[in-house]
Design a protein. Structure first.
Length: 576
């Protein structure tokens, strides 16, 4: 038996275990209920072991700590003072684990773990790798001083070559010259905090807001903040590439600060968001084109927090000069545990690479449906078996909003059809109702999940299985799927292949009834909380959110106000 373990101890705390070629992976937030499992901001408090996620991985695989051949974790120590710092970090993290695991713990650079989480699942032998986030570790700064910010790789089956790294700039300070490590990840968040009122998720909301705006108005002002140089160099004017949001950003007659976002008009905020998104995408594409020239690779593997920007990924696919773009299934920091495990599996144990996944369902099942008393206003219909899919498809065809908790939990921030809220994509009022249910800004659209073989019928550019890039909607089709189309004519598209057991049968049945091979798909959670894990949590959330129904395992929880779609009703719905 061969077994390797990857762990992430920082925010997005997670564990990934590979045993005999099978992958188990889970995020600690799904047990703690704290989104990103983000802890208070002091060094010791931010380090937490993924205790529940690790226990689940080991128990489900049926092994113990002593059965594991290798344990790896990404380093995040940012300021090495001397040669002892790596040993100190390793010991600090090892102390959070059972002794048999802690003794074998080894460190990998944060960005290398990120890029491995994509490359080793991509199926490509040779690829350029690009990692961009707020910041990584000094362990990866072998090309110069400072923390990882933008890192480029030449990736092969038998070796990894890091050859590009963003360098710090030097700025004057009260005590003399000071190195500043600008970050595109910090840049995007810094601007988002000035544009998105408190209470909404900054980066995701700004990406949606950008689709409403005109970048022309603020284009020159944004170009003054980011300079693109030779050899893929990106320089961000200080302090806009840092976490400093206290300094007002003066553009035109307005000083943009986090406290003033709510006072600006939607038009002003949308136009600036569009300019930020454009400048951000141009900077990332500038680096990617440089990597393509150096590696002559046909494929770009992209990871790190910035790879969650689906509009950026759509732009990269079209403009970076590569034939293929593979975005890591979980490009955020939880994915570094996955990358660390994959690195150990392939490069340390010399095991064959895992198959290219069609889904990221690597976590726990929703547990057996409890023998519960239905929440007030709902009735439980257990044991539907093969009738569950036709009944849910009929409800969706009748424009009902349905929770869907089926099969292993998704790993990563996107609901991929295992813990989802599903709806008919055809009506704008469905989008508005869902935004109200989830307490999101009214301009935010939802994502479609589509049968892979029908993508070209509805979209002019491809999506991916992990909902990580936007695709251009065919102009003649946009009105039929209005609830999932951005104002700019794009949609964050999830493709569902024959290997996706959680959503595929339902999509096929919905297509048969309505002629639409796609559904609106968003995460089953409350505002500010992680995607839900268990059947019990799904039942309670269904009642709290006021959904029309929930399908969990083979049980249907149906609101009293919603009639059961019997055969006669289903025929009538199909003929509409």
């Amino acid at each position: 038996m061969s077994a390797v373990l990857g762990l992430n101890f920082h925010h997005d705390t997670s564990a990934a275990l590979i045993v005999n070629g099978r992958l188990y992976a889970a995020e600690e937030e799904r047990w703690s209920g704290i989104k990103h499992h983000r802890q208070p901001h002091n060094r010791k408090a931010t380090l937490t072991a993924p205790t529940h996620a690790l226990t689940w991985c080991l128990d489900t695989a049926g092994i113990g700590p002593d059965d594991i051949d290798a344990v790896w974790t990404p380093s995040m120590r940012s300021t090495p003072a001397a040669g002892w710092w790596l040993a100190e970090e390793r010991d600090e993290l090892a102390a959070l684990l059972p002794s048999s695991l802690g003794e074998r713990l080894r460190l990998i650079s944060h960005h290398t773990a990120h890029v491995m989480s994509g490359y080793l699942l991509s199926g490509h032998d040779h690829a350029a790798g690009l990692v961009i986030d707020a910041g990584g570790s000094s362990l990866g700064s072998d090309l110069g001083p400072g923390r990882e910010r933008i890192t480029g790789y030449d990736l092969h089956r038998d070796h990894i070559d890091r050859f590009h790294q963003a360098m710090p700039i030097v700025v004057p300070d009260a005590t003399g010259p000071r190195r500043v490590h600008s970050s595109l990840g910090h840049f995007y968040r810094n601007l988002a905090l000035r544009l998105i009122p408190s209470g909404d998720e900054p980066e995701g909301s700004m990406m949606a807001l950008a689709a409403l705006g005109d970048p022309d108005r603020y284009r020159d002002a944004l170009r003054a903040l980011i300079r693109l140089g030779a050899d893929g160099d990106v320089r961000i004017a200080h302090p806009w590439g840092s976490a400093d949001t206290k300094t007002p950003l003066v553009i035109g007659r307005r000083a943009w600060t986090p406290g003033s976002a709510a006072a600006a008009s939607l038009t002003d905020r949308a136009d600036l968001a569009a300019a930020v998104q454009e400048a951000f995408a141009q900077a990332v594409t500038h680096v990617a084109r440089h990597l393509q020239q150096l590696t002559n690779a046909n494929t770009l593997v992209f990871s790190g927090g910035c790879a969650l920007n689906s509009h950026l990924n759509g732009h990269l696919a079209a403009e970076a000069g590569f034939d293929n773009l593979f975005v890591a299934p979980a490009p955020h920091d939880a994915g570094t545990a996955l990358g660390a495990a994959l690195y150990a599996w392939h490069y340390q144990l010399d095991q064959p690479r895992l198959p290219v996944p069609a889904d990221a369902a690597w976590g726990p099942e929703p547990d057996p449906s409890p023998a519960f008393t239905p929440p007030a206003g709902y009735r439980a219909l257990p044991g539907l078996g093969d009738q569950l899919v036709p009944v849910v498809a009929a409800l969706l065809a009748d424009h009902r909003i349905v929770g869907w908790a089926q099969g292993p939990l998704e790993f990563g921030p996107r609901a991929l059809g295992h813990r989802s809220i599903l709806a008919h994509p055809g009506r704008m009022d469905t989008r508005d109702r869902l935004n109200a249910i989830k307490q999101r800004a009214s301009y935010r659209p939802f994502a479609p999940a589509i049968l892979t073989e029908h993508v070209s019928d509805w979209f002019m550019t491809p999506g991916d299985p992990f909902m990580n890039r936007v695709a251009q909607v065919s102009h003649c089709r946009a009105d039929r799927i209005a609830a999932v189309v951005h104002r700019d004519g794009t949609a964050r598209l999830q493709t569902v292949s024959n290997n996706h057991s959680g959503l595929r049968p339902l999509l096929e049945e919905f297509h048969r009834r309505t002629g639409l091979p796609l559904l609106l798909n968003t995460s089953l959670n409350r505002k500010g909380s992680p995607i839900l894990r268990t059947a019990e949590q799904a039942v309670q959330a269904t009642a709290d959110l006021g959904l029309d129904a929930l399908a969990v395992n083979d049980t249907l929880l149906l609101a009293d106000r919603v009639p059961f779609p019997d055969d006669a009703q289903r025929i009538a719905i199909a003929e509409r």
